[in-house]
Design a protein around this ligand. Sequence first.
Ligand SMILES: [Fe+2]
Length: 167
Amino acid sequence: MNNGARPTEILKKEHEAVLGKLDNMERVIAQLDKREEIADKLKELAAFFKADFWVHFDKEEKALFPEFDNFMPRGAGPLAVMLDEHKVLRDTNAVMQRAIGSYLNHDDSSEVREKIRRNGSHFIETLRNHIFKEDNILFAMAEMHFEQAQNDKVVRLFAEIDKSKAG
Ligand SMILES: [Fe+2]
């Protein structure tokens, strides 16, 4: 049993961890001229945003968001905005990851560094704003509308998603 844990509380905790990673990412991106010094840290952060992070999006898209169907249309309102932003974040991350890959592979040309800076900043800013909106608008709506049975179902699905990604 989950003792009535709310899915939004779980996601908010994950958001806190992600915001910490974004702060680190911002610091590292400000020092791209010191590749030797930052390479390990950058590699670790890029790996997080390449793989682990998307488990969080899966939880929202596959477990939490479908429960909004009872009271909010998919194609409009805050949910549609959140889904659009997920797409922007996926696309921006893909470009950022390619540039970081080149950089770590010994191409630290000004062009590659600029690409990391531009897409990295966009990713960081977009994700910070996105998390703020989820925490304060979307999740508040979930907390208001979801019944306990829905909360239990979503928390159960989270556990399944975690398990399937751990293997
Ligand atoms: Fe989120």
